[in-house]
Design a binder for this molecule. Structure first.
Ligand SMILES: [Mg+2]
Length: 203
């Protein structure tokens, strides 16, 4: 990998623990078990049912924003990146409203923030491409860090490397990521190791 010039973070479960209960959101929206929330919403035509579902999402996201706490080690890692001149961005499937409210918890200035109003949601790579265009350097000089499969897929489809943040049990999709991070205290060492690898990313 050449230089690492930017790191794109997922928000919920990666930067902050917002205690979002996705199963409860699905139940209240009337979605089947395991259905991704935004994709479930997309299947419903405009109208009162869709408006009600949007209100469910909004209520949960705003509650999550108010309860969000930084994940341990994240603030130190963000300051380290800032000192090294590595850009940091947020790419989230959340709304702009809940994202800006949540990020006030971190007291860190991200150079790019991309929400579902700005680009097709992950696992689509559009958000990563958008950040790459705004930063002015290519995805292969970036890393995407997230706690879910969609984060890793969005990064890889754009040509970035992916770090899966998995503080608990290693999920079965962990092998889709280039690396797995269990605690942010190890993040500096990990990106240093990644920067030493010169192999191009297998697409
Ligand atoms: Mg997440």
């Amino acid at each position: 990998m050449p230089q690492i010039r930017g790191i794109i973070f997922d928000m919920d479960g990666t930067l902050v623990d917002s205690r979002l209960d996705y199963d409860a959101i699905r139940r209240e929206m009337g979605l089947s078990e395991g259905m991704p929330i935004l994709e479930g919403l997309e299947r419903v035509p405009d109208g009162s049912q869709r408006d009600r579902m949007l209100e469910v999402i909004r209520a949960h996201e705003l509650r999550g924003a108010d309860e969000a706490v930084p994940i341990e080690g994240v603030l130190e890692f963000l300051s380290h990146l800032e000192e090294r001149g590595v850009s940091s961005a947020v790419l989230t499937r959340n709304s702009r409203e809940s994202t800006s409210r949540t990020l006030t918890r971190l007291n860190h200035s991200f150079s790019q923030i991309v929400t579902r109003e700005d680009a097709l949601p992950k696992p689509d790579p559009a958000g990563v491409h958008l950040i790459a265009r705004r930063w002015g350097f290519p995805p292969h000089e970036m890393i995407v860090i997230g706690d879910y499969l969609f984060d890793i897929q969005a990064g890889r489809r754009a040509g970035a490397r992916g770090i899966l943040f998995a503080p608990g049990l290693r999920p079965d999709y962990a092998n889709e990521a280039d690396f797995v991070l269990q605690h942010f205290r190890d993040a500096v060492d990990l990106i240093d190791r990644m920067a030493c690898l010169d192999e191009p990313i297998a697409q």
